[in-house]
Design a protein around this ligand. Structure first.
Ligand code: CA
Ligand code: CA
Length: 247
C-alpha cells in the first residue's frame, strides 16, 4: 500500500454532470453541459440543486460559468445558495426581485424564502425595496432576506453583467478560518468571516447547494454551466490497491 503524493493544489472530488442536479420550475437541461434557470420570459422562476450535500467541515471550492442574459435592461438575476431549509430539494423563494431565493421584506416571514441559508446574488435589476443601486451588482445574503446594505459593482456605475458573456463564478469556504470568498471573473466580489455551522445552520454541517433565478415584468435568458467542485489536498489520502480495496 502506498500513499498518494499530492502534487496538485486540489483533489477533484467530482466532475459535475447534468444528472447530479434536481430541477424545479423553469429549470431545464441544456446542451453544452449547461442548465437553464429561466428562459427569456416574464414571471419565470427556476432552481437547480446538486443532489450531494456539501460538507461544511471541509474546505471546498465550487466553480461555474454563469450567464445573466444579453439584454442590459433585463431582469432579475441569479443567486448561488447554500441551505438547510426543511423543504430540502423542494425549497424555493419568491419570484422577481427575490430571484427565487428570498422574500420581498425581511419581516415577511409568511412569504416563501429559503432559510436557514446563505446566498450570493447576481442582481441585474434595480428594486428600491431591496436597497438595490441603479446598476448591476453582487451582494451577500442570509436566511432568505433579499434586502442588503452593501453590494459590489467594481466601483463602476455602468457595471453590467447582462452582456451576452459567460462569467466565471467561484465560491470557496475555508472552515479553519471560517471564511467565505466569492470571485467573479477573477475578482473578489465578496469575502467575509462567518461561523456558518453554528450561526446559520444550528450545528448542521451537511447542507444543500445550488442556483436560483427568476424574472418579473422584465426578463432575460439565465443559465449556468458545469465546471468543478474541488476539496482541499488530503495528505492522508490512501490510494486503492489493485483489488480496488483500500487498506
Ligand atoms: Ca445590466
Ligand atoms: Ca434587483
Amino acid at each position: 500500500m502506498q500513499r498518494l503524493l499530492v502534487t496538485l493544489p486540489f483533489i477533484l472530488i467530482s466532475l459535475l454532470s447534468h444528472a447530479q442536479f434536481e430541477l424545479m420550475g423553469t429549470a431545464n437541461f441544456m446542451s453544452g453541459n449547461c442548465i437553464l434557470l429561466t428562459p427569456d420570459v416574464p414571471y419565470s422562476e427556476g432552481l437547480a440543486y446538486h443532489n450531494a450535500k456539501l460538507d461544511l467541515t471541509r474546505y471546498f471550492e465550487i466553480e461555474f460559468d454563469i450567464f445573466l442574459g444579453r439584454k442590459d435592461e433585463g431582469a432579475d438575476g441569479i443567486t448561488f445558495v447554500v441551505h438547510d431549509d426543511p423543504r430540502e430539494y423542494k425549497a424555493y423563494g419568491t419570484w422577481g426581485e427575490c430571484m427565487g431565493y428570498g422574500r420581498w421584506s425581511p419581516n415577511a416571514y409568511w412569504a416563501n424564502s429559503i432559510t436557514p441559508s446563505i446566498a450570493v446574488e447576481f442582481d441585474t435589476y434595480q428594486n428600491l425595496q431591496q436597497n438595490d443601486p441603479m446598476y448591476d451588482h453582487i451582494a451577500y445574503l442570509e436566511n432568505g432576506v433579499s434586502f442588503h446594505k452593501t453590494h459590489w459593482n467594481n466601483n463602476k456605475n455602468d457595471f453590467n453583467i447582462e452582456d451576452d458573456f459567460l462569467h466565471d463564478f467561484r465560491f470557496s469556504w475555508d472552515p479553519s478560518s471560517q471564511t467565505i470568498t466569492v470571485k467573479l471573473d477573477g475578482m473578489v466580489v465578496y469575502q467575509g468571516k462567518r461561523d456558518l455551522v453554528n450561526d446559520i445552520f444550528n450545528g448542521e454541517t451537511s447542507v444543500i447547494w445550488g442556483f436560483t433565478a427568476s424574472t418579473g415584468k422584465k426578463s432575460n435568458l439565465q443559465y449556468f454551466c458545469l465546471r468543478n467542485l474541488a476539496y482541499q489536498p488530503l495528505e492522508n489520502l490512501i490510494q486503492p490497491s489493485s483489488n480496488g480495496k483500500a487498506d
